[in-house]
Design a protein around this ligand. Sequence first.
Ligand code: SF4
Ligand code: SF4
Length: 348
Amino acid sequence: MKAIKNLLVPQFIDALAKDMHLLAPVKKGNNVYFKTWQSGMELEWRRNSFLPPKDLFFPQMDLLYKYSILGQNGEIQELTQSEGPRAIVGIRNCDLKSITLLDKVFLSEGFEDPAYRHRRDNTVLIAYNCSKPQPACFCTSLGINPQGGEGADLVLFELEQEDLGKEEKFSGPGPDYGIEARTPKGEEILKKQRDYVHDTHKKAVPFQQCPLSFGTDGILEKLQEMFEHSLWDDLSKRCLRCGICTYVCPTCHCFDIQGKNAGEEGFKYRCWDSCMFSDYTLMAGGHDPRPTRMERFRNRFLHKLWFYKERYGEFLCTGCGRCLSKCPVHLDISYVAGKIKEAVVDVR
Ligand code: SF4
Ligand code: SF4
């Protein structure tokens, strides 16, 4: 197995950043954000970033094209095709999984979103396999292996430290990292950066159990009997409609397309939207198929635990725990799934 010494990790990342645009989870205040790597930044991949890396493929605001009109003729200038190769280092397995779930939305069933496709094809994914879950983690409940690295080009993982005695262990530089290529792109990178890696016989640190869990067995079938259940009214009364759950969620992907026109020219852009907002389904003629808070709240959870699974075969949740720590009234998916499980099916 190949390994990188703990102290060489920043240099390894500096070296990668010389070849391509490199993004990494770095500390900013008390939080972690994926940012363009600059030498000297403080890397933090042992806890989840405040926002998931979904905006690196599906930006919060994405210019799609500019246009200009000259008499009867028009010209369109695509804006997303010029982005160069890049790598994202330090993606945890829950967020890695979210990218494969977004792939199904943006790249499957005969539909291909060109901007999303371009970014996916131009991005090398370097995963960080977790060994220590955070208090709100429950990825294993969704069938995700936090040390699987599925979909990554390269994976990094903590190696067991030699028994140096308690004091040295805590004052030392931290663990070395195992590194493994999973694709030809990953092998190429590893070959090029061979000066930073060495052979090792040390073992990977095993994953500790997730602190939270919820059973998904039979939940879809139960939800099919619960469309009109009083639970949705009871729970949704607490919802503040702030939409933060959808913004921090790595798998939520509602968007709107807007345009700005200035006479003979203009542009179109795509921006994140939230199914929790009252005007999300409001149509130009004034009709709204989901006019109440209850209907919008119900739709979010039915989409995650029923509709998406029916369409693509998986739940639209990775157990990353972000909605658990961010919803101001604790209406997170783990809580709601627990209530669904307890509910007695008594169709009104
Ligand atoms: S629903 Fe919550 S736990 Fe699931 S992926 Fe979204 S933010 Fe993470
Ligand atoms: S974060 Fe909580 S309160 Fe805000 S919209 Fe989502 S469920 Fe409602």
